[in-house]
Design a protein around this ligand. Structure first.
Ligand SMILES: CC(C)(COP(=O)(O)OP(=O)(O)OC[C@H]1O[C@@H](n2cnc3c(N)ncnc32)[C@H](O)[C@@H]1OP(=O)(O)O)[C@@H](O)C(=O)NCCC(=O)NCCS
Length: 190
């Protein structure tokens, strides 16, 4: 069984600019921080699913409730990076249950760093922590899988650095600021 405790600290890391970031599971008291984080990201209209929509507190509470239950079931790991209790980055690995039992060994990876905190090493430290934790907590996991906008060079560079290899490309399936771009598929063994 997974050992999930809301708020549990997994590790701490020092950013390139000197601040210490705590990498830990979310807890209910983080709801306002998560809401601010997702709405800042959405308003940026960057390389994530949200493209300007405002997320309500009810929707974000649903997101966190789903995180807690699937972490408890051993189907997901979500970790945030916090500096002085502010959420600066969030990342997760979620078991692929779309094909019932066929793909439950596959962990879908995702990450976002707040715009004020990019380029300081938080993304790499958080990604490494979340994949290590997923390897420990998600029994039977064999493969990390992600998709990325083909024009998202910072993310692609980070993923290559983490050992991901490009294995596929879907032409024109993502819209980014009025342009239709390819979706790259990348994988890495656990
Ligand atoms: C992609 C993202 C997660 C990277 O996080 P980050 O904290 O800025 O990255 P780090 O500072 O840890 O950098 C780690 C490595 O990633 C690569 N990288 C990061 N930013 C880069 C940039 N602007 N250009 C090129 N490579 C970059 C580099 O290899 C870097 O290592 P280095 O600094 O030693 O060269 C972050 O830019 C982000 O959240 N962007 C918006 C949302 C997003 O694109 N999410 C991914 C969706 S698939």
């Amino acid at each position: 069984m997974p050992n999930f405790q809301p708020g549990k600290v997994v590790t701490t890391t020092q950013l390139k600019t000197g601040e210490h970031a705590q990498i830990r599971y979310p807890r209910w008291q983080d709801l306002d921080r998560y809401l601010e984080f997702i709405n800042r990201l959405s308003s940026e209209n960057t390389f994530v699913r949200f493209s300007g929509q405002t997320v309500s507190i009810a929707d974000e509470a649903n997101y966190l409730a789903n995180v807690f239950s699937s972490c408890e079931l051993g189907d997901q790991v979500v970790l945030g990076a916090f500096v002085d209790d502010r959420l600066i980055a969030n990342s997760g690995v979620e078991r692929n249950l779309e094909d019932k039992e066929r793909s439950r060994h596959v962990g879908k990876f995702g990450i976002a760093v707040d715009r004020d905190w990019r380029g300081r090493g938080a993304g790499q430290a958080l990604a490494e922590a979340v994949m290590a934790e997923a390897g420990r907590q998600l029994e039977g996991l064999r493969l990390f899988h992600l998709t990325v906008f083909s024009v998202n060079q910072p993310a692609i560079a980070l993923y290559r650095r983490l050992g991901f290899k490009e294995v596929g490309r879907e032409p024109g399936t993502l819209k980014h600021r009025e342009e239709y771009v390819d979706r790259l598929i990348m994988v890495r063994p656990v």
